[in-house]
Design a protein around this ligand. Structure first.
Ligand SMILES: [Mn+2]
Length: 271
């Protein structure tokens, strides 16, 4: 990757969660495009990166999902500090907490110190979801329903494209907006994560899990959620001065259309 390329944004840290590799819903192409345009000193994988739950039912592993894995491993090898905090869908990896494989560090949770010295607590977040904690079968059922929604949506967008209807419409997004209980669920989740963050004396928290991107201040504490790469295609980044921002790559792709193809370093340099 050419560091002087104006299309490549250099940030201090990238925070990604809920990529759900191994599922049909995983938007690996969009993620690859995001990675082509962003490089960083730190890359945090904040859980549900590989979806072992879904893979126990059926595996969908595309070439672009492979490239995502290769690209992340390559960054780790080339000096990006990559830290992986497994979530509930990749909880099998939690027993390897503290180990390093392929230059990637596995952690159950982590404290990231920003360029301005502020401390951010990183955690996937399922520990603060009353449903996954106490009613695992409900979560699994909800997971099946959500994947169904995403796959129906993929067919619907194909139909819209075929019929020449412009724009992108998200069924899962529509459902999330419409379902009131989902909204109160999100607030309960955020409240309980914030409560824990406050008791830890950190300046903020960065989590994932609920597929709802967010960045907000509550009484001097910052709550940030990375969102996901199944539906919304969002990330949190830290700029070199310690400022944080949401990157809505899904929105960017929708508004600009196909972007100029930057070569993937895998395609141009030795693998
Ligand atoms: Mn999760």
């Amino acid at each position: 990757m050419n560091a002087s390329d104006p299309l490549v944004r250099h940030v201090r840290a990238i925070f990604l969660s809920d990529i759900h590799l191994g599922t049909r819903g995983c938007q690996a192409e969009a993620l690859l495009d995001f990675l082509r345009h962003h490089e960083s000193d730190y890359l945090y994988l904040v859980g549900d990166i590989i979806d072992f739950w879904a893979m126990s039912r059926s595996i969908h592993w595309s070439p672009s999902q492979n490239t995502v894995v290769q690209k992340i491993l390559r960054r780790a090898r080339k000096g990006t500090r990559v830290i992986f905090i497994p979530g509930n869908h990749d909880e099998a990896l939690r027993e390897y907490t503290g180990t390093v494989f392929g230059d990637i560090e596995l952690q159950r949770e982590y404290i990231h110190q920003a360029a301005d010295g502020r401390r951010y607590w990183l955690v996937h977040g399922d520990d603060f979801d009353q449903v996954t904690r106490h009613h695992r079968w409900v979560a699994l059922l909800g997971d099946v329903a959500y994947n169904l929604l995403v796959s129906i949506n993929a067919r619907l967008s194909w139909l819209r494209r075929t019929l020449g209807i412009a724009g992108y419409w998200s069924l899962a997004g529509y459902a999330k907006r419409k379902v009131k209980s989902a909204v109160s669920f999100i607030y309960d989740f955020e409240d309980s994560v914030m409560h824990e963050a406050r008791s830890r004396g950190v300046d903020g928290v960065i989590c994932g899990h609920i597929h709802a991107v967010s960045q907000r201040e509550v009484q001097g504490l910052t709550y940030m959620n990375c969102g996901d790469w199944v539906d919304s295609c969002t990330a949190i980044v830290e700029h070199p001065d310690g400022r944080f921002a949401i990157v809505d790559w899904g929105q960017e792709l929708r508004s600009t259309g196909p972007r100029p193809a930057l070569p993937l370093e895998e395609e141009t340099v030795e693998a």
